[in-house]
Design a binder for this molecule. Structure first.
Ligand code: NOJ
Length: 555
């Protein structure tokens, strides 16, 4: 089997500016992050995804980039960044960064030049209209925060197009010069040592104007360009697209993906939230059954929370209403009429059993798991902050001043003080029963289960209540596992004997509490309320013999 590191990775997303401040200016920075790499290594993650690190007016948390070839001086120097790559590499951690090339900041020198003259070499790098566009109040991505998608620029004497905020003009990605520049930007960072990119707004990058034919060949081109520079560089794209389009994003050459390596699984994310809200496994079963077969080497990236709102736009109105009712009942918790601006722990009412259940489920489903910083501690949100900033508060390291994030006075965002006595790294690391200790065990257990990332994931079709999800991961060279997750607070016993494992000796790798040993026939597997069990049926040597159990729960 070819080596595809990203298929066995555990990805941790962090925003440098809110992770660890090293110089007391209130803003997190690269030296601060370097000082926390041992924490990340202990947690067991293998890949660090950094939200944008470039110079920026910071009106969209760095997604408004003003220079693609430099780092934001508030975060440190390019030298500090190179040091971060080196130190992370020493700990076996790869670093990927956001590639935000659908738009630039309006402060970017390209846009400043473009607006000043029709003769500017950058004029055609953006999208202009001399007439007032009829559809200028359509297609806003951030309704409520954004009023239009075309804005008049007095200096340019023309309207410019922006899918997102008016301070982020869209690049004209149909222009071959822009395409070449995007390839140069990606190659530059790969040359510096990044292992790849999280590609922002991928569908918009390949569709310069709405309803234009998407230029998928650009993705083929970008990948091949990168692969010549660094063979194992990956592109993990943000593209909330339907199952009919997925294949085109991954591409297929002789059965193997030749465009994007990974796509965030937004469809699964919304269904996971629905399943948790309704305490019903069917939405996840549907999501797994709806997923098209992927070409070789293509991979899903699973997630529960990211740095944006929980996006429920692809659910039906009724399904969305159920998720809102369970996890974001107040108007203030909702965003853009489609999402929720809260973190998992608070959405699940701080119920430790349900938090473990949710993450055990995500990490055991097919694909590569991605986790957002602070989730491993059960961090909450600050709804007094505007929009998505509610879930972008500083990492909580200690119960002390500024949660150990900074010694400064004026922080980039306030620390959440509520519950800080226990929701912090230092206290939880000392407690083997803490959520953080559970995450360490769970992540390390997953790393012993390569069939999850590499194998086939399928629903186990046996009679059982709807609130139980049963699925398996199978990879002939790596092993086979079966997983049970109970979405409700009701004990059950599940009969998995139909798996035909009789005569073998299955053993448990992770569970919410002590259970009697799994019997070889798999006919009576008990499961507590909100319980979960990860059971190995076969290992990479084809062995079916028992081993040590790793208890995951509180008991
Ligand atoms: C998607 C990012 O996840 C989001 O945070 C950002 O605001 C938009 N793209 C615009 O770059």
């Amino acid at each position: 089997m070819p080596e595809h590191w990203y298929r066995e990775a555990v990805v941790y997303c962090c925003d440098v500016e809110t992770f660890q401040d090293s110089n007391g200016d209130g803003v997190g920075d690269f030296p601060g992050l370097i000082s926390r790499l041992d924490y990340l290594a202990r947690l067991g993650i293998t890949c660090l995804w950094l939200n944008p690190i470039h110079p920026t007016p910071n009106r969209d948390d760095g997604y408004d980039v003003a220079d693609f070839y430099a780092v934001d001086p508030r975060l440190g120097t390019l030298g500090d960044f190179a040091e971060l790559l080196h130190e992370a590499g020493n700990r076996g951690i790869r670093v990927i960064i956001d590639l935000v090339v659908n738009h630039t900041s309006n402060q970017h020198p390209w846009f400043q030049s473009a607006r000043k003259s029709e003769d500017s070499p950058y004029r055609d790098w953006y999208i202009w209209s001399s007439e007032e566009p009829k559809d200028r109040h359509e297609g806003m991505v951030f309704p409520g925060e954004q009023k239009e998608t075309w804005t008049y620029d007095r200096t340019a004497k023309a309207w410019y197009y922006h899918r997102f905020y008016d301070f982020m003009p869209d690049l004209n990605t149909a222009n071959p010069e822009v395409k070449d520049e995007i390839k140069r930007i990606a190659a530059f960072w790969v040359q510096l040592g990044v292992a790849g990119f999280r590609m922002d707004a991928a569908p918009f990058v390949i569709e310069a104007r709405p309803n234009e034919t998407k230029d998928f060949t650009f993705l083929t081109d970008l990948r091949s360009h990168l692969q010549w520079r660094r063979g194992d560089a990956v592109i993990l794209a943000e593209a909330n697209v339907g199952p009919d389009e997925v294949g085109q994003y991954f591409g297929d050459e002789g059965g193997s993906a030749n465009r994007l390596h990974m796509l965030f699984d937004f469809a699964l994310n919304a269904r996971l939230m629905l399943a948790l809200a309704r305490q019903d496994s069917e939405p996840v079963v549907d999501a797994l059954r709806d997923t098209p077969k992927l070409p070789e080497a293509a991979q899903w990236a699973t997630f529960l929370r990211n740095h944006d709102e929980v996006d429920l736009s692809k659910l039906t109105a009724e399904q969305r209403a159920d998720v809102f009712a369970a996890f974001g009942p107040e108007k203030d918790m909702q965003l853009y009429d489609r999402g929720i601006r809260r973190r998992m722990a608070s959405m699940l009412g701080g119920d430790r059993r349900r938090i473990e259940l949710a993450y055990a489920m995500q990490f055991s489903l097919r694909g590569t798991p991605v986790i957002r910083y602070g989730e491993e501690l059960g961090m909450g949100e600050d709804l007094s902050l505007t929009g998505r900033d509610a879930i972008r508060t500083p990492m909580q390291w200690t119960p002390g001043v500024n949660a150990g994030f900074s010694t400064g006075q004026d922080l980039v965002r306030p620390v959440i003080k509520d519950g800080l006595e226990t929701t912090n790294v230092i206290v939880q690391q000392q407690n083997p029963r803490s959520l953080l200790s559970w995450f360490e065990r769970m992540i390390r257990t997953l790393r012993q289960c390569p069939e999850v990332g590499l194998g086939e994931c399928s629903v186990v079709d046996v009679p059982k209540p709807r609130h139980v999800l049963a699925h398996q991961a199978d990879q002939p060279d790596r092993g086979k596992m079966v997983f049970l997750h109970n979405l409700a607070d009701e004990e059950v016993t599940v009969d998995l004997s139909a798996l035909g494992n009789a005569g073998n000796d299955p053993y448990e790798l992770l569970a919410d509490k002590d259970y009697p040993p799994v019997d070889a026939s798999l006919s009576k597997i008990s499961l507590g309320g909100y319980g979960y069990r990860w059971i190995r049926l076969r290992d990479s040597q084809g062995r079916h013999t028992g081993g040590q159990s790793t208890r995951g729960g509180l008991a």
